[in-house]
Design a protein around this ligand. Structure first.
Ligand SMILES: NC(=O)c1ccc[n+]([C@@H]2O[C@H](COP(=O)([O-])OP(=O)(O)OC[C@H]3O[C@@H](n4cnc5c(N)ncnc54)[C@H](OP(=O)(O)O)[C@@H]3O)[C@@H](O)[C@H]2O)c1
Length: 373
């Protein structure tokens, strides 16, 4: 008789950076709470670089569509024990972010809890440091924000601005009879995917490769402050590890945790690593140059097409796999973008990564996936 796994994960956003890392971590025979059956949701079909043999089922579904979500997910409600929420809808302003991301999450949770035989016991919700900074990409609100001092702590009260993270937190907390939840606040994520909306590492890799191909200097894209001050990042493997840990750990239920690598870096140091990895010359940041990164990247799509063609890479369009606008905003913040990991440690989650080593690791993965040359 076939073995029926009792832990069944539904990863919503399975082809994003953390979706990939979660798939691999859950498929590991030593995964906490395992062995796991793994279902994954995304709107598009699985790309060739995705480790599809690790998934038990892929569900092509736009979770914004309530009827389809009900139709495709309610038959799984007697099976799915854990939801891992690692998807995002990005829109022009925060009110629309709230509306769309809330609908996506509610549609999925309602489909999985509407029947009496629902097995759903825990939902992990990934959010991020905008919890402490506010909606930094909103064109109207961004100029009014006064972020909290770093290191960001989980117990900082909510900021008085609309924020889709707050809306999603309220939604997962509104099913106390049905399941427990945990919140995972990420810093800049490093991982490997062409399907993530905000993908710093891939964006910087594309920029470095275009500079190399066209013989341009690989100049830093942020400001003097971030060049010199401390930042942190979240390796997708650490995010996956924390989410799986919380999903099966009693004391982590209904709690929020920052999730970063646990170390800090300055962009100056990280830029040297990128230069080594892509074999481009290191040039120090010069404020006087007034380098306009967005202007520079305009119309570079054809150069990327050539690089993809010359190296026989998985077909991508520069505009679809990069987030230059977000980088231009984020790396010019005048704050130390650092989270405290004390709370995680107090709760005995000890996952960590060496950020500078993570960069090389994930670039190598992107090469193996034929996304980068
Ligand atoms: N990326 C970062 O650096 C970063 C940093 C800090 C915090 N965060 C936060 O982490 C959370 C998750 O973000 P993320 O960057 O991990 O997400 P992501 O990788 O951009 O999510 C993409 C995944 O979601 C799927 N997806 C998108 N819309 C969908 C829909 N309507 N229905 C079903 N699947 C859908 C995508 O596949 P399809 O396109 O095929 O649908 C893909 O699998 C967000 O709250 C984000 O703000 C991210």
């Amino acid at each position: 008789m076939a073995h029926q796994n009792s832990s069944v994960a539904l990863i919503v956003g399975v082809t994003g950076m953390v979706g990939v890392a979660l798939t691999e971590a859950l498929a590991n025979p030593t995964a906490l709470g395992g062995p796991w059956t793994i279902y994954g949701v995304s709107r598009h079909s699985l790309p060739s670089w995705f480790p599809s043999s690790l998934l038990n089922k892929h569900i092509m579904l736009d979770t914004l569509n309530k009827q389809n979500t009900q139709k495709l997910l309610s038959p799984l409600s007697a099976k799915v024990t854990h939801v891992f929420w690692v998807a995002i809808s990005v829109n022009d302003n925060e009110e629309v972010n709230i509306s769309k991301n809330s609908s996506m999450l509610s549609n999925v949770l309602n489909a999985l809890t509407s029947s009496t035989d629902s097995k759903l016991s825990h939902v992990t919700l990934q959010t991020g440091t905008k919890q402490y900074m506010g909606p930094i990409y909103d064109p109207t609100l961004s100029s009014q924000l006064v972020p909290y001092d770093a290191p960001f702590r989980e117990d900082y009260p909510r900021l008085p601005f609309p924020n889709f993270y707050y809306a999603l937190e309220d939604i997962v907390a509104s099913y106390p009879e049905s399941f427990t939840y945990s919140i995972h606040r990420s810093s800049i994520i490093i991982g490997a995917s062409t399907r993530s909306y905000y993908n710093s590492l891939l964006s910087l890799s594309v920029y470095a490769l275009i500079c190399k191909h066209e013989n341009y200097p690989f100049r830093f894209v942020g400001n003097k402050y971030s060049w010199e001050h401390f930042w942190d990042m979240s390796d997708a493997r650490v995010l996956a590890e924390q989410q799986i840990w919380a999903s099966v750990t009693k004391k982590a239920k209904n709690e929020a945790f920052n999730c970063t690598n646990g170390d800090v870096f300055s962009w100056k140091l990280l830029w040297k690593v990128l230069c080594d990895v892509f074999d481009v010359e290191f040039v120090t940041f010069d404020e006087k140059e007034n380098f306009d990164f967005l202007e520079f990247m305009k119309n570079k799509g054809e150069v990327w097409d050539t690089i993809v063609e010359e190296n026989g890479l998985y077909k991508t369009k520069m505009e679809e796999i990069t987030c230059f606008k977000a980088i231009d905003i984020t790396y010019k913040l005048k704050i130390q973008h650092v989270c405290s990991m004390n709370r995680s440690r107090q709760f005995e989650f000890h996952g960590y990564a060496n950020t500078l080593a993570s960069i090389s690791f994930w670039v190598e993965r992107l090469r193996q996936m034929k996304i980068l040359p």
